[in-house]
Write a protein that binds this ligand. Structure first.
Ligand code: BES
Ligand code: MN
Ligand code: ZN
Length: 523
């Protein structure tokens, strides 16, 4: 989609569809500015076109009440675009960022159904909306683009759909910088989320660990990040027994993918905010679980629903998407992204229950269940992330079914040691609507993971508190001095149901959340 800003009068601007957000009061639509626009329009209807209709009557008798997320197309020959699409925003005081995204998503879907290629968007005025233009534009762009997230790319003989390609915001005054920033942010956030969705949706025979590395490299090259990929010999040299053990049962060998975004000269020490106040650019490491397929290994999963385990690289997709957003926004941060990628399969060489392996930090782990593989690859990656002593480490992983049982699919589990970091992720979750719920993590959870024949074992005694015991396992691989947060995204990473801004499949959950958290941490 192409997003531009114009300051030509709404009624006179040509396009296929003019979107008009309408707010609500006492269950009724506030139509004043719309009717003024229609009345004031000097656009001359084509000769012989239908006579003027009573716009207000059509709208109110047509049942449009401006309820949030309702939409109502109506023809108005007084505007150059002809078709108006009224978008219900609900009452002014109840508008949320997510409502803006959902409204934009519904509008985009309707515009597509109407085969409108050029869509104009009237901006709500400050008297009707409490958010500024930057915020509105950012969320609108996100909602519209995410709603039309591409699907079915592997279907053959499918005609390319037509969809609304050109969008124009109709600015009230001279083109405001604010609006431009909002559009730019919206585009960056969307692209990161779409990258994550695309990767999650890819079939596991296409997206092997090596292919994931190629995709990461391609993104890094395009965005000016550095990218290093470690193969089996290098993993052996580093003693990464966790990643090697998980990958050893598959014919597609594991990889460790490392991307870096460094602050350029001017964005660095001279940048405003917390970072420069401390005289230092913050360093953040993002670690994402990249199990490109999780069969469970020798502790094989049941067949039903096993296909969904292609999404077990959702954490990796999220951190990669976040890195793309951070790069596009040029945030003043030293960011390292670390992705352990492996395929968990059961062949003759696979790791077995009771095998004891040695991790990169030297600790020994008894593998009691080969299906608790995510923590094994993350442990080595967390150790790798800690070598540079970053200020913050955040990992994202589709780690436990227990977290899905506890929180369902609308919230990710959030655990960790950094108080400020936890708070930041909560704030970012509220703003991006990629919501998180803080779960406890204490030394008693750690004790459950102590081993009988080794330092640690990879599962706890029973089924209790599975999200926390998994996090406690990871805790052993993070240094005490580093603020660390762990996101268990097993629930929200994948959905079998479409929503207003997401088709079914990979949701891209985490990319926007993590990028926003980084943005907050460096501002
Ligand atoms: N990838 C799964 C977790 C998962 C479950 C993700 C459902 C998405 C949806 C993970 O590797 C796993 O198998 N976890 C086990 C851990 C258990 C063996 C301690 C689980 O949750 O059952
Ligand atoms: Mn598993
Ligand atoms: Zn897994």
């Amino acid at each position: 989609m192409r997003w531009t800003i114009t300051r030509t009068a709404p009624a006179e601007t040509s396009g296929d569809l003019l979107v008009f957000p309408v707010f609500q009061k006492d269950d009724k639509p506030l139509l004043k500015s719309l009717l003024e626009l229609a009345k004031g329009g000097t656009h001359k209807p084509a000769p012989g076109s239908s006579p003027m209709v009573d716009l207000k009557k059509v709208i109110t008798t047509g049942g449009f009440s401006a309820k949030a997320e309702s939409i109502f197309p109506v023809f108005c020959s007084r505007t150059a675009a002809g078709w108006l699409l009224l978008a219900g925003m609900g009452p002014t005081g109840e508008l949320t960022l997510e409502t803006i995204r959902k409204v934009a998503g519904k509008v985009a879907t309707q515009a597509k159904a109407m085969k409108a290629a050029r869509v104009l968007v009237h901006l709500p005025g400050p008297q009707e909306m409490l958010f500024d233009d930057r915020t509105f534009a950012r969320c609108w762009v996100e909602g519209a683009e995410l709603a039309l997230s591409p699907t079915g790319v592997l279907k053959t003989g499918k005609k390319k759909d037509s969809y609304p390609r050109n969008w124009k915001f109709l600015a009230r005054e001279s083109i405001p910088k604010d609006l431009q920033i909002g559009v730019h942010e919206g585009e960056a956030y969307t692209a990161g989320c779409l990258l994550a969705r695309e990767l999650v949706n890819m079939p596991p025979n296409y997206l092997t660990p090596n292919e994931f590395a190629s995709r990461a490299r391609k993104m890094a090259r395009a965005e000016g990040l550095s990218c290093t990929v470690l193969g089996v010999p290098q993993l052996k040299k580093l003693g990464m027994g966790g990643i090697l053990a998980v990958g050893q049962g598959s014919s597609n060998p594991p990889r460790l993918i490392v991307l870096e975004h460094k602050v350029s000269g001017k964005g660095g020490a001279s940048s405003k905010g917390k970072a420069s106040a401390k005289g230092k650019v913050p360093s953040i490491a993002l670690v994402g679980k990249g199990v490109t397929f999780d069969s469970g290994g020798i502790s094989l999963k049941p067949g039903a629903g096993m296909d969904e385990m292609k999404a077990d690289m959702g954490g990796a997709a999220a951190v990669l998407g976040a890195a793309q957003i951070v790069a596009r926004l040029g945030l003043p941060v030293n960011l390292q992204v670390i992705i352990p990628a492996a395929e968990n399969m059961p062949d003759g060489g696979a790791v077995k229950p009771a095998d004891v392996i040695t991790m990169a930090n030297g600790k020994t782990v008894e593998v009691l269940n080969t299906d608790a593989e995510g923590r094994l690859i993350l442990a080595d990656a967390l150790w790798y992330a800690g070598r540079r002593k970053p200020d913050y480490i955040i990992d994202a992983a589709t780690l436990t079914g227990a977290c899905v049982v506890a929180l369902g699919s609308h919230f990710a589990g959030l655990m960790g040691t950094g108080g400020e970091l936890i708070e930041t992720l909560r704030q970012a979750g509220g703003e991006t609507f990629e919501r998180v719920w803080h779960l406890p993590l204490v030394k008693e959870h750690k004790e459950i993971m102590e081993g009988t024949w080794s330092d640690l074992q990879n599962i706890g005694g029973g089924r209790e508190g599975g999200a926390m015991t998994a996090a406690a396992f990871l805790w052993n691989f993070v240094s005490e001095e580093t603020a660390w947060a762990h996101l268990d995204i097993a629930g929200p990473a994948y959905s079998n149901k479409a929503s207003a801004i997401c088709p079914k499949g990979g949701t891209g959950f985490g990319a926007r959340l993590l990028a926003r958290a980084v943005q907050i941490l460096v501002s």
